[in-house]
Design a protein around this ligand. Structure first.
Ligand SMILES: NC(=O)c1ccc[n+]([C@@H]2O[C@H](COP(=O)([O-])OP(=O)(O)OC[C@H]3O[C@@H](n4cnc5c(N)ncnc54)[C@H](OP(=O)(O)O)[C@@H]3O)[C@@H](O)[C@H]2O)c1
Length: 275
């Protein structure tokens, strides 16, 4: 970021990952201000990253050129109404990372049209390995898109979708995605233990395999289908496992699970956005 001031409304887990990533990647701490009602949260952010903090939202919104809304969805309406006057006066770029809150709801709570970006990050953001899907409304300029992307890249990769409804699919794939992999890891650790490995060894082998498979897939131009085919020799051990997965319809089950997450995201957006 250049001379732009970044404000964050809410200083919890996600805000902490974002601030940590930004400061680590060279953003000047004095250009960041975080508002949070919790004294201990503010103190920890100030101590760990030397950023400015404040207890009230308008103080952050009063100086920010880019404002990240990082409160829980349930308190978003209250937080936006709290800064509505600042938003009207300053017209900052607003970036919401709240799950399930449509852009139209934020604009209606703010009472004014705004350049607004909706982002769905995920928990690996904590280690800088997050994946965020982003959608911008038509008031966001090209340079604001680039600024927002750079900010979100402090937590991992950030990609754009061109329709807001696709944020529900992003939520289902990468937002909830870490849990699917944890589910698979859990089963593999258990299977290793059942096969005689001690729990820690089984855990290490499973987790490193997950990391290695992801890195290999990222480094390759081949699709996961092709990579899987290559490690599955006829009559071998991998084929024995894949045959069970295929016979039980695991691929279809996983696809159905992701669709269920998307449908729930649509339902939650209706509930949260209509407040
Ligand atoms: N964590 C994830 O994996 C993840 C993934 C995707 C999207 N998100 C989205 O990211 C947002 C933040 O999530 P999080 O996990 O970081 O939540 P969090 O840890 O609860 O952080 C939210 C912070 O906002 C504070 N707060 C509450 N009311 C406020 C207000 N009116 N004004 C300013 N600050 C206020 C909270 O303080 P108190 O605790 O004192 O209430 C808390 O410190 C959510 O909207 C969530 O949907 C999170």
């Amino acid at each position: 970021m250049t001379d732009q001031r970044l404000g964050l409304i809410g200083g919890g887990n996600m805000a902490r990952s974002l601030v940590g990533g930004l400061v680590k990647s060279g953003t000047a701490p004095e250009s960041i201000i975080v508002s949070d009602p919790d004294d201990s949260i503010r103190q920890a952010l100030a101590e760990d990253f030397s950023v400015q903090t404040c207890a009230d939202n308008p103080s952050a919104a009063h100086v920010a050129d880019i404002l990240v809304l990082a409160v829980k969805p349930q308190v978003m309406q209250c937080a936006v109404e709290d800064i509505a006057e600042n938003l009207l006066q300053r017209q900052p770029l607003v970036v919401s990372i709240a799950a399930g809150i449509p852009i139209a709801s934020i604009e209606s709570w703010a009472g004014s049209p705004l350049p607004l970006i909706r982002v769905m990050p995920n928990t690996p953001a904590v280690t800088g390995n997050g994946a965020s899907g982003m959608y911008a409304n038509h008031r966001v300029s090209k340079s604001q898109r680039a600024q927002a992307q750079k900010i979100m890249e402090a937590m991992g990769i950030a990609v754009w979708v061109d329709d807001e409804s696709l944020i529900d699919t992003v939520t289902a794939v990468s937002g909830s995605g870490p849990a699917y992999f944890f589910y698979l890891m859990d089963a593999m650790v258990k299977a290793g233990q059942e096969g005689g490995l001690n729990p820690e060894i089984s855990r290490q082998l499973t987790l490193q395999t997950a990391l290695g498979a992801a890195q290999l897939a990222l480094a390759s131009d081949e699709s996961p289908t092709e990579l899987r085919r290559r490690v599955t020799s006829a009559g071998g051990t991998t084929q024995a496992a894949v045959e069970i997965l295929d016979k039980k319809g695991c691929e279809k089950i996983l696809i159905r699970a992701v669709h269920a997450a998307r449908e729930r995201s649509v339902e939650l957006a209706k509930l949260l956005g209509d407040e």
